[in-house]
Write a protein that binds this ligand. Structure first.
Ligand code: B16
Ligand code: MG
Length: 219
């Protein structure tokens, strides 16, 4: 098998469903400020950094806050979120991911994480898959949020593989755009009508068979 390809996985929505916990924590924050956010609004926060998420939310609630209050709100949302994900374990891996990671490991195909989350490492640790990744690039390593390609370009560099030879699994529009801008192959996980800019689309990882992975890493 041609092993010159590298794979980059997004975290939330690809490896684990943390979006529901982000939503509960952001919703509590909004409620405390006197307004609500909908599931549809939460969709727009997928793949978006913490700071940008709070900016959107305050905009939706027509709130403006001073800089120190903004920092406090981000910190309290994160504390709430961390409590909600504290008990995450292997059983929280999304269907299909384990099989793919095992296949890549067995075939020496390197893979990295490319996530906007600053909590990515403890989450991977809880899921007991942190050690499988050759590189982990998260919200602590980047200065520009998706759709900027920075997170994926750093991941490719850490894998030692040219961007053109990297394949990205992503569930957010911003993430697919970031992968495309990085000149990587993009695989959209979720609604193909939303992720229409992806090179390939699957409803979820369980829909992907190993033949597809074999084919795409051999191209
Ligand atoms: P944190 P991903 C993203 O993860 C989430 O989709 C997004 O909703 C969240 O705001 C962002 O991480 C930052 O997360 O507050 O933990 O730093 O999809 O890029 O893996
Ligand atoms: Mg995601």
């Amino acid at each position: 098998m041609n092993n010159s390809k590298g794979i980059i996985f997004d975290l939330d929505g690809v490896i684990v469903d943390t979006a529901k916990f982000h939503y509960l924590a952001w919703r509590k924050l909004a409620n405390d400020l006197g307004f609500d956010i909908s599931i549809e609004q939460n969709e727009q926060l997928k793949g978006v950094s913490r700071v940008h998420s709070l900016k959107y939310i305050l905009g939706w609630g027509n709130k403006t806050v001073a800089e120190d209050r903004f920092e406090q709100l981000m910190a309290s949302k994160n504390e709430d979120y961390l409590q909600r994900i504290a008990h995450m374990n292997e059983e929280d891996l999304l269907p299909g991911i384990k099989k793919i990671l095992d296949y890549l490991t067995e075939n020496n195909i390197p893979f990295a994480l490319g996530s906007a989350s600053k909590n990515a490492r403890p989450i991977l640790r809880g899921l007991q898959i942190e050690d499988k990744f050759k590189a982990i690039v998260d919200g602590n390593d980047v200065t520009k949020a998706k759709p900027d390609p920075e997170v994926f370009l750093i991941a490719a560099e850490k894998l030692g593989i040219p961007p053109k030879e990297c394949i990205v699994f992503e569930d957010s529009v911003a993430g697919i755009q970031a992968a495309n801008r990085a000149d990587m192959i993009s695989i959209g996980i979720g609604d193909k009508n939303i992720l229409k800019e992806a090179d390939y689309n699957f409803a979820d990882l369980a829909e992907i068979d190993l033949e597809f992975i074999k084919k795409i890493v051999s191209k």
